[in-house]
Design a protein around this ligand. Structure first.
Ligand SMILES: [Zn+2]
Length: 80
């Protein structure tokens, strides 16, 4: 005779259910698990990373290097 999974309280949101039966351990959902993980690692880095000036410079540099004219391509070697 086996008992059903015991009801536990989600550490993040406090919802009660048999969360141990799910893939997220004692948490009721993936979101609650990530939120709790974020508390350990530092919420700012986990939830969202703000856009930094370095990223914009990287993006603006791509089309410029692409538009550079090729050296030696002046048509001098074309057949007559
Ligand atoms: Zn929860």
């Amino acid at each position: 005779m086996s008992l059903p999974n015991p009801k536990v309280r989600c550490p993040t949101c406090g919802k009660v259910g048999d969360w141990f039966a799910g893939p997220f351990g004692p948490f009721c959902s993936r979101r609650c698990k990530l939120i709790d993980l974020g508390k350990w690692l530092g919420e700012e880095h986990v939830i969202s990373e703000p856009l930094r000036p370095e990223h914009l410079e990287e993006l603006s540099g791509v089309p410029r290097s692409n538009a550079e004219p090729r050296a030696g391509d002046d048509g001098a070697a074309r057949p007559s």
